[in-house]
Design a protein around this ligand. Structure first.
Ligand code: SAH
Length: 381
């Protein structure tokens, strides 16, 4: 994805004409744009992770009923059809559903995959499902709040013992330095005198401030990371509730690798497609082993989709929170602080982040970041 940053009918399997709020309307309208789908399908790390996960869960899918929450162009539904699903309900709220229907037909999957143009929360399916697949992750994992629609679908439509693909997610945090952005966005203004003969350096504090207002989506590498990452939160998608997502808080203490300028923090995530105990044969359950690492049979079924800066880039890149002013750290400097992520009060699809940090002798700094507000402003203008 994605969105923004760049951006009971009596008959079965049908949707009501969606009664969308203007916020949801602009959200779903953004998914009518082909460029978002081009970006997602062009992200081979993402799409192949789903393809591998679906085919590695063939036994759980063959002859079974699948629900694809937010089908987009229908790619995941087609994978499930190819993996032998008896029926796939491909629910998509945006007009992209019409393209998905054509794609399903041209792959001769029309008897298996039923595209339903409707909002998940309003769709009435003819039956409960064995498997839910969904690619719901936004920037910084939680942007877009689409996980709420998966939770809704799980509670309403998943049979007891049914499986979720993916079934867990983990959010990570690490302190970073990023000299490149300082050159591109801050020192850039120093160069104006040489380029045009006008000294524009007085704008630098404003440029620096602008950098630290919003959560930025940027690709980082191992060289930017100043300390071992920490887990902000593990989400078990079988257990998570809407209430768990209203605020995700974490207190951290990092020890730095070495001398550097701390310029901010990076947030990234991974999702895991790991066969749940519910899906294991009874004799395997009795062994009561962790299904992810117990044996090769089960191990084979685990696929990880990671957006780590140590791994090949995905279209999610990393979400970066730049500080207003850099702070120098040395080896073993302690960075204390806390982070809280929550859906924005004005638009729950947007993200609000509060970060406080304290290093050595520097005073504590606290900062609020937003993700998505610019989009709303530009929609109003
Ligand atoms: N599954 C596709 C698209 C993923 S993007 C793929 O992997 O390529 C997420 C899609 O979910 C978007 O097309 C968006 O319009 C749709 N979506 C988000 N929330 C939804 C909801 N509540 N009901 C139906 N569709 C939804």
């Amino acid at each position: 994805m994605r969105f923004g940053i760049v951006n009971r009918m009596a008959s079965l399997g049908r949707a009501k004409r969606p009664k969308l709020s203007s916020k949801d309307k602009s959200y779903f309208d953004s998914y009518c744009d082909i460029s978002i789908h081009e970006e997602m399908l062009g992200d081979a790390e993402r799409t192949n992770a789903y393809k591998n996960a679906i085919f590695q869960h063939k036994e759980a899918i063959q002859g079974k009923v699948v629900l694809d929450v937010g089908a987009g162009t229908g790619i995941l539904s087609c994978f499930c059809g190819q993996a032998g699903a008896a029926k796939v309900y491909a629910v998509e709220a945006s007009a992209m559903a019409e393209q998905a229907k054509k794609i399903v037909n041209s792959n001769n999957l029309q008897d298996c995959v039923q595209v339903i143009h409707g909002v998940m929360e309003e769709v009435i399916l003819p039956e409960k499902v064995d498997v839910i697949v969904s690619e719901w992750m936004g920037y910084c994992l939680l942007y877009e709040s689409m996980l709420l629609s998966v939770i809704y679908a799980r509670d309403k439509w998943l049979k007891p013992g049914g499986i979720l693909l993916p079934d867990s997610a983990t959010l990570y945090l690490s302190p970073i330095c990023d000299d490149e952005i300082m050159v591109d966005k801050v020192h850039f203004w120093n160069d104006m005198e040489d380029t045009y003969g006008v000294d524009m350096s007085s704008i630098i504090p404003f440029a620096r401030e602008s950098l630290s207002k919003e959560v930025m989506v940027k690709s980082l590498g191992a060289e930017n990371i100043l300390a071992h990452e920490q887990v902000v939160k593990n989400f078990d998608l079988y257990a998570i509730t809407k209430a768990n997502l209203s605020s995700v808080k974490y207190s951290f203490l990092f020890r730095c690798f070495g001398h550097a300028d701390l310029q901010g923090f990076a947030v990234w995530f991974d999702v895991n497609f790991c066969t749940n105990k519910k899906f294991l044969a009874d004799d395997e359950k009795k062994r009561d082993l962790n299904p992810c690492d117990s044996n090769t049979h089960v191990k084979k079924k685990s696929v990880l989709l990671s957006t780590s800066p140590y791994l090949p880039e995905t279209h999610w890149k990393q979400a970066v929170l730049y500080l207003k002013k850099e702070m120098q750290v040395v080896q073993d400097s302690k960075i204390h602080g806390s982070i809280e992520l929550s859906p924005s009060k004005d638009n729950p699809r947007f993200l609000s982040v509060n970060l406080s940090t304290k290093i050595d002798d520097y005073p504590e700094v606290s900062k609020h970041y937003s993700m998505g507000y610019d989009l709303e402003k530009s929609a109003i203008e």
